[in-house]
Ligand binder design. Structure first.
Ligand code: SF4
Length: 239
């Protein structure tokens, strides 16, 4: 059996979890919360429609500050018009901007998609690499986008996706006191065993949309309320 190297497996050696830094009992509590949420959201997957890693990369870039539904509506036509990495690399900027206009921040997104496609053609023969180090070197691709692509398109656990929902829930649920996505991701990687990293990001996004909303979290109907340090605070505010 071929053993994959760290490079091939997408593991970023700079973000190795430090088991000894986790408080006693914190991991058990966190994993129990995740297990309960996985019963509510079994086998969570990205809602972004795609047929290959490159399409997921484009859809993830478009999803910044935009709903998955809107992105899917746009990519349905976009991927019919631009069928390959080269098509995106050669797209006239103004035309690409028009094609993705309704996803918001269209100038920056079009620039990133075009630059990223050009870099893929020049550096990787038009193929999306499956290593974190290579992905984050592409224009417009940060750790969040790279984690989505590695996890959802390649099934590789390279880290935890931290978007605005994960950011908010990780703090509320007592998983971190950090404030930046990078540091929050580090804390989540220390807290959860690697086999849960893909699920943590996906489940917290879904829980954040359905129950633990930004403005009015529905703590009274939350399946992890008895383990959540914020439940009492929110329930007191609402009573
Ligand atoms: S108890 Fe409230 S704050 Fe805690 S995770 Fe559930 S909804 Fe969010």
């Amino acid at each position: 059996m071929k053993v994959r190297s760290k490079r091939e497996s997408g593991i970023d050696s700079r973000v190795r979890p430090a088991e000894e830094e986790v408080r006693p009992g914190a991991r058990e509590r966190a994993v129990e919360m995740l297990r309960r949420l996985l019963k509510v959201f079994p086998r969570p997957k990205t809602a972004l429609l795609h047929d290959n890693p490159f399409q997921l990369l484009v859809a993830t870039i478009l999803s910044a500050q935009c709903t998955d539904e809107r992105v899917n509506a746009v990519t349905k036509e976009l991927f019919k018009k631009y069928k390959s990495v080269t098509d995106f690399a050669m797209a006239p900027p103004a035309e690409l901007e028009r094609d993705i206009h309704s996803t918001g921040f269209f100038r920056m997104k079009a620039k990133n998609i075009k630059s990223c496609s050009m870099a893929l053609v020049e550096m990787h023969g038009g193929i999306v690499p499956n290593q974190m180090e290579a992905l984050v070197r592409l224009p417009g691709v940060g750790r969040k986008t790279a984690n989505v692509v590695l996890g959802q398109a390649f099934g590789l656990t390279s880290g935890v996706v931290v978007d605005t929902h994960v950011h908010r829930l990780a703090q509320r649920m007592g998983f971190t006191k950090e404030k930046t996505p990078e540091k929050i991701e580090q804390d989540l990687m220390k807290l959860f065993p690697r086999k849960y990293w893909l699920d943590v990001g996906s489940v917290l996004v879904l829980h954040g949309r359905k129950t633990c909303n930004a403005r009015k979290p529905k703590c009274a109907e939350c399946v992890v309320a008895d383990l959540c340090p914020s439940a009492a605070i929110f329930l007191r505010q609402l009573s």
